[in-house]
Ligand binder design. Structure first.
Ligand code: 13P
Length: 283
């Protein structure tokens, strides 16, 4: 296979009503672990990179890591730039070979967001890349009061944004947030159905960490074909390192701690792939 367009991965998931795990990686070890999990379960997967990870690693180094690792897998995989408000970085990632980008114009007026998004969609088409759009932004759980809802736009505004920009995937606010929820979030699943019915465009479910299996299956059934997971990876990666050092005091052997971390990240990725119904969906 192995690198295919994000569009093909998401379209198949949307049509088959399963969810593709879109997992934010932070370095080479976590990228490798996510790809290994997908390979083991014969699942398509989207590897996501935050702006922070791109800047920390360096765009060329990160992309070289990706091409070399992806070359060795036999399931469909793609690389995606998550939440990027930086127009220039979007262009750089598209030119480098990223398969998709999320233009985060949520801090802009909807009209400005729309104008820039139309331009990005045209640019991405030249590379065969997919564009995800958002108009509401996602806060971190810690920044939100209990039951706080984001500044939701009307359904009409959301539908008009999707239709007039031509984005391939839309990320609406439905009561979700990034980080670890204090309690099971109350999600407006009807909003997903309404957007999908009005646009026919797949929805990206953000803030996946901490949602229940029932919420995932309900939302995926309604058209959330791309399911984002980030915090769960960070927890698996950091906690397994901490636990290893606690259980093996004085054992300063990097390969041993890396092995424990790889295994923890793989387990986390596999459990989400299974919950999203994408196990065995590789083609
Ligand atoms: P979590 O960190 O809550 O899993 O959210 C991930 C996400 O939506 C990345 O865009």
């Amino acid at each position: 296979m192995p690198v295919v367009s994000t569009r093909e991965i998401v379209t198949r998931a949307y049509e088959g009503r399963y969810g593709v795990a879109a997992i934010n990686v932070v370095n080479d070890l976590t990228m490798d672990a996510v790809l290994a999990a997908a390979e083991e379960l014969r699942a398509p997967v989207i590897v996501q990179t935050s702006v922070k990870t791109v800047k920390m690693t360096g765009l060329e180094v990160l992309y070289s890591m990706w091409t070399e690792m992806a070359r060795q897998v036999t399931v469909p995989v793609a690389i995606h730039l998550d939440h990027c408000p930086d127009r220039e970085l979007i262009s750089q990632c598209l030119a480098q070979g990223w398969n998709s980008v999320l233009f985060d114009g949520s801090a802009l007026s909807v009209e400005d967001n729309k104008r820039q998004c139309i331009d990005i969609v045209a640019e991405a088409r030249r590379y065969g890349a997919l564009v995800e759009g958002e108009i509401e932004g996602f806060k971190r759980v810690e920044e939100m009061a209990d039951d706080e809802r984001l500044n939701e736009q009307s359904l009409e505004t959301a539908v008009d944004f999707v239709k007039s920009t031509g984005v391939d995937v839309f990320a609406p606010a439905i009561g979700n947030a990034h980080g670890m929820y204090r309690a099971t979030p109350k999600l407006d699943s009807q909003r997903v159905s309404d957007i999908v019915a009005a646009t026919g465009v797949p929805v990206a479910l953000h803030g996946g960490t901490g949602m229940t299996p029932e919420q995932f299956s309900d939302l995926i059934g309604r058209g959330c074909a791309k399911v984002n997971i980030s915090t769960a990876l960070k927890i698996a990666f950091m906690k397994s390192g901490y636990d290893f050092m606690t259980d093996h005091p004085g054992e300063y052997d990097p390969p041993s701690i890396f092995k424990a971390q790889r295994s923890a990240v793989m387990d986390m990725a596999k459990s989400h792939i299974r919950m999203f119904g994408s196990e065995g969906k590789a083609w």
